[in-house]
Design a protein around this ligand. Structure first.
Ligand SMILES: NC(=O)c1ccc[n+]([C@@H]2O[C@H](COP(=O)([O-])OP(=O)(O)OC[C@H]3O[C@@H](n4cnc5c(N)ncnc54)[C@H](O)[C@@H]3O)[C@@H](O)[C@H]2O)c1
Ligand SMILES: [Zn+2]
Ligand SMILES: [Zn+2]
Length: 345
């Protein structure tokens, strides 16, 4: 049996590279040779085995990593839409295909949703298997590094698409990978003015390079006052919340103009208080919850924008490392020094 190197979470306090068998694709799966895989906040939660990870239903040992690009090297007997040699990016929401949502075109929020690398082995390895439906064929001109970040990029792009930003003033709160991808997407989709907030100076600097006209650090200035001052006292037309910070979420509604749209992408670790009358009802705020990408309208638009050269996300990739240096990548991400770290097996 052929073997491969894989980064496995083996116990609550340990992750390590191990030699494991190359997986066999099931009838509806493809086997990918991984060309690039990106590190995400979720991987850090699993690595630290925090409360979220403990409650996520992950069975150890588990191969980590879910954001990836690879080449199809084998197909299951029921796979007809992909062939050996195809380049693919992975959609990580694994739908059941049978429930109400799956049948009405909302399979990305399937009622029995499974997640790649949470409920299955992931892609920090030389090879990985994914169901055909989640292996999105991409053109060769999209690089493997960009292919590996299409999953988080798609989430950000969708939040911007659904918020209708053309000609609008957009505030993006949080400039991690998701927020930075939202800044770039808002710029591409015609936002007239983009304000971006973060408490990290290096991330704000990248936001400026990716299209933000005004960066603001809530540690140095009151973000609500700053946004009101920038918008003639009205507030932003659109807020994309990509920090998950409870304070930032509460402030997002105060930064929003009456009748504006808020896309909530960030995931707070605890319930939070919101004065619904003031924040939502009297303001007529339109709240848009975003969980991943639509399958496959978001993917199609994202691919078109990347191929046309209109969407450039490379500044968000701050580090590319061989998988053997995974510890360094995790440490960089945990220290907040890195933005998007990509591993090449
Ligand atoms: N809805 C989805 O489908 C989906 C998918 C992926 C990630 N997420 C969530 O989106 C959020 C962003 O993801 P990420 O990978 O970019 O995470 P990240 O942790 O790298 O980025 C969050 C950023 O917010 C900044 N921040 C913290 N407090 C802030 C404040 N008060 N104001 C402004 N910025 C502040 C941090 O400095 C950091 O740069 C996370 O909460 C993540 O869990 C949601
Ligand atoms: Zn992710
Ligand atoms: Zn379903």
């Amino acid at each position: 049996m052929q073997r491969m190197r894989a980064l496995r979470k083996t116990s609550p306090d340990k992750a390590e590279i191990q030699q494991v068998p190359v997986p066999e694709p099931a009838a509806d799966q493809v086997l990918l040779q991984v060309s690039a895989a990106a590190l995400c906040g979720t991987d850090l939660h699993i690595y630290r085995w925090n409360a979220w990870a403990r409650g996520a239903g992950i069975q150890l040992p588990r191969i980590m990593g879910h954001e990836c690009c690879g080449e199809v090297v084998a197909v299951g007997e029921n796979v007809f839409g992909l062939a050996i040699g195809d380049k693919v990016a992975v959609e990580t929401h694994l739908p059941c295909g049978q429930c109400l949502q799956c049948r009405i075109g909302e399979q990305h929020i399937c009622n029995n949703l499974k997640l790649f690398s949470i409920h299955t082995d992931g892609c920090f390895a030389e090879y990985t298997t994914v169901p055909e439906i989640c292996a999105r064929k991409i053109p060769q001109e999209i690089s493997s590094r960009v292919g590996a970040i299409m999953e988080p990029l798609g989430t950000a792009l969708r939040s911007v698409l659904e918020s209708k930003v053309a000609g609008a003033t957009v505030l993006v709160t949080g400039c991690g990978p998701i927020g930075l991808f939202a800044v770039a997407s808002a710029s591409t989709l015609g936002a007239s003015r983009i304000l971006a907030s973060d408490v990290s100076a290096p991330r704000l600097e990248i936001a400026g390079r990716m299209g933000a006209h005004r960066i603001l650090d809530p540690g140095r200035e009151d973000p609500v006052e700053a946004v009101l001052a920038e918008t003639g006292g009205y507030g932003a037309d659109v807020v994309i919340e990509a920090s998950g910070s409870i304070t930032a979420i509460q402030q997002a509604f105060r930064c929003l103009r009456k009748g504006g749209r808020v896309a909530l992408v960030g995931l707070p670790s605890m319930p939070l208080e919101l004065e619904i009358g003031k924040a939502v009802v009297f303001k007529e705020a339109k709240i848009i919850g975003i969980h991943g990408r639509t399958m496959f309208d978001t993917w199609t638009r994202m691919e078109n924008l990347l191929v046309s050269g209109k969407l450039d996300v490379l500044p968000a990739i701050t580090h590319v490392l061989p998988l053997d240096r995974w510890q360094e990548g995790f440490d960089l991400a945990l220290s907040g020094t890195a933005c998007k770290v990509v591993f090449e097996p």
